[in-house]
Design a protein around this ligand. Structure first.
Ligand SMILES: NC(=O)c1ccc[n+]([C@@H]2O[C@H](COP(=O)([O-])OP(=O)(O)OC[C@H]3O[C@@H](n4cnc5c(N)ncnc54)[C@H](OP(=O)(O)O)[C@@H]3O)[C@@H](O)[C@H]2O)c1
Length: 251
């Protein structure tokens, strides 16, 4: 049941959209959705890192609906360090289902006091690191009930192809990637996404150091740029939600 506070046409769209997750069988990876809330000038936080909240309450309700229906949510370590998120599902509609929480943290620098490591949830938290991560820190996280997954590949950061295969093998069929921009670029560069929910709010943040939804190095030329198709857009209170599909998606 989709939360009734959302506009009717968005609810109908989401009901159909959630059925896509089971259509990904040949890919052997989860269905991957990117989601971010940005200002009209394309920023996901101010230059000081303030991002709570850019989107209005209704749009945030939609994001909680996305969380409720995905098997897992993934964020980068910098989002954890700056936002201290809980990554739980908080909808008016009950019951709520938390998704598995996945944090990409190559060197395991996560602060053991992070609130999301100390809360009650029906879903597990998984921190993914590289083999160079400190053994003592791994044990300390495990003592808190956190699962630690060590990436055995030689890449500098967490290898997304390996991770997506591993998650799929462990029954994760849908993954909501909730930033930040560095993580989003990695998924886009590796063509590891199916679609995007971009939530645009009527405010302007400015600032050359304010983060955008897709950071990283970026593509060199327009020819290399990832192409998407604007499939739908929704007025959600004062915000606009654009739903776009990856045109280079493998099938
Ligand atoms: N408005 C929104 O919707 C929204 C949502 C989320 C975040 N944000 C904002 O975004 C900002 C944080 O974004 P960010 O771009 O600085 O950081 P981020 O994307 O949250 O985290 C990036 C870090 O993840 C780690 N990582 C591990 N494996 C990776 C891989 N394969 N590819 C890329 N990174 C990998 C890297 O550190 P290691 O290599 O050390 O692990 C990297 O520095 C915050 O200001 C936050 O408020 C806004």
């Amino acid at each position: 049941m989709i939360t009734e506070e959302l506009p009717q046409h968005l609810r109908e769209f989401l009901e159909n959209y959630f059925t896509h997750f089971s259509n990904n069988i040949p890919l052997k990876r989860p269905y991957i959705t990117l989601s971010y809330g940005m200002s009209m000038d394309g920023k996901i936080a101010t230059y000081t890192g303030d991002s709570k909240y850019i989107s209005n309450g209704l749009t945030r309700a939609m994001v909680h609906e996305l969380r409720h229906h995905h098997d897992a949510i993934l964020v980068g370590i910098q989002t954890v360090e700056i936002d201290h998120p809980f990554l739980t599902t908080r909808r008016n509609e009950k019951p709520n289902k938390d998704a598995h929480r996945i944090i990409l943290d190559s060197s395991l620098r996560i602060n053991l006091k992070e609130p999301l490591l100390h809360m009650v949830s029906s879903a597990p938290t998984l921190v993914v690191c590289k083999q160079t991560a400190n053994e003592v820190k791994i044990k300390a996280l495990e003592a808190l009930g956190v699962n630690v997954l060590v990436d055995p590949t030689p890449s500098q950061h967490v290898d997304l192809d390996w991770l997506m295969q591993t998650l799929h093998q462990n029954g994760i069929r849908s993954l909501l990637v909730e930033g930040g921009g560095t993580i989003h670029f990695s998924f886009i560069k590796h063509n590891l996404f199916d679609d995007i929910f971009a939530q645009i709010s009527p405010l302007i943040l400015g600032g050359k150091d304010a983060k955008s939804p897709v950071e990283g190095q970026g593509f060199t030329t327009l020819k290399e740029a990832t192409r998407v198709a604007f499939e739908k857009y929704f007025q959600v209170g004062s915000d606009i939600v654009v739903y776009a599909k990856n045109l280079a998606r493998e099938s």
